[in-house]
Ligand binder design. Structure first.
Ligand SMILES: Nc1ncnc2c1ncn2[C@@H]1O[C@H](COP(=O)(O)OP(=O)(O)OP(=O)(O)O)[C@@H](O)[C@H]1O
Ligand SMILES: [Mg+2]
Length: 249
């Protein structure tokens, strides 16, 4: 086999490699004396290098689901397997190690640290756990990747919304995680900045081969994903591939 074929082969195999398995995940929360069922049995699988978007109306359960996939929240029942390991029954310290090494998150609730510069914010995850190389060099490299080499010493309040979002993306990539899980990465941004973040995500995906799971209201992001999983009222309503095929039937 020639090189091109070998590459194609290995890409094909990589495409098929199962990296995340979500099995019948439910989430209920108490509301006064009642219980609200937020997720009502969600199951799907993600393959290495895939870009999956999670779409659906406001309040349908997207952020709740992402929190569970990122190991920041636990389901009421069901399992989430990452590389074959169930993360829903891990001790907090083991889970913290998995989060640090395998999962990069860009969540609006996980904002940048206001007193630190852009560079320091990206360095933070590298001081937790074991990582190769110098945090400072790695942070500079990542900020260059997101086009912010000229903003290393700026603190969050000295950065635009789009720039802050790019720092958050650089920080999510710092530990070279297999997954990047992002909740509305273009929310709160104007069309131009949103477009920049979108280009950045697709460029990072090509350059790093990472697996992206992104909740979004943005039809342009959803259209770029390999699959869009539509959640309605805590259930998967449909799964649509980029070519328009409905995979949920
Ligand atoms: N702590 C909580 N207690 C009770 N209900 C909650 C709690 N957190 C979220 N919910 C409810 O769960 C539902 C799903 O919320 P979630 O944030 O996952 O929706 P979403 O799809 O991300 O919405 P949006 O598109 O507006 O971000 C909502 O109806 C919300 O009111
Ligand atoms: Mg949300």
């Amino acid at each position: 086999m020639d090189d091109a074929h070998l590459q194609q082969e290995s890409r094909h195999r990589a495409d098929k490699e199962l990296v995340m398995e979500i099995v019948n995940v439910t989430k209920s929360l108490p509301l006064g004396r009642e219980k609200v069922e937020i997720l009502k049995g969600i199951s799907f699988q993600v393959h290495r290098g895939e870009f999956v978007s999670i779409v659906g109306p406001s309040g349908s359960g997207k952020s709740t689901l992402l929190g569970i996939l990122a190991g920041l929240d636990t389901p009421s029942s069901g399992r989430v397997l990452i590389d074959g390991t169930d993360i829903t029954h891990m001790t907090e310290s083991k889970l913290a190690a998995v989060r640090n090494s395998k999962i990069g998150v860009v969540f609006q609730a996980y904002n940048l640290i206001a007193t630190l510069t852009a560079q320091e914010n990206v360095e933070v995850p590298l001081y937790v756990g074991k990582h190769v190389g110098s945090p400072s060099a790695r942070a500079k490299e990542l900020l260059a990747l997101v086009g912010l080499s000229h903003r290393l010493s700026h603190r969050p309040n000295q950065l635009s919304g789009g720039e802050q979002q790019r720092v958050a993306i650089a920080r999510a990539l710092a530990t070279d995680p297999a997954f990047v899980i992002a909740d509305e990465p273009t929310g709160n941004l104007d069309a131009n900045n949103g477009e920049h973040i979108l280009q950045l995500i697709s460029q990072l995906r090509d350059q790093t081969g990472k697996t992206f799971i992104i909740a979004t209201h943005d039809p342009i992001i959803a259209a770029q994903a390999d699959r869009a999983i539509r959640i309605v009222d805590g259930r998967i309503a449909e799964i649509v591939a980029r070519d328009g095929a409905d995979l949920s039937k």
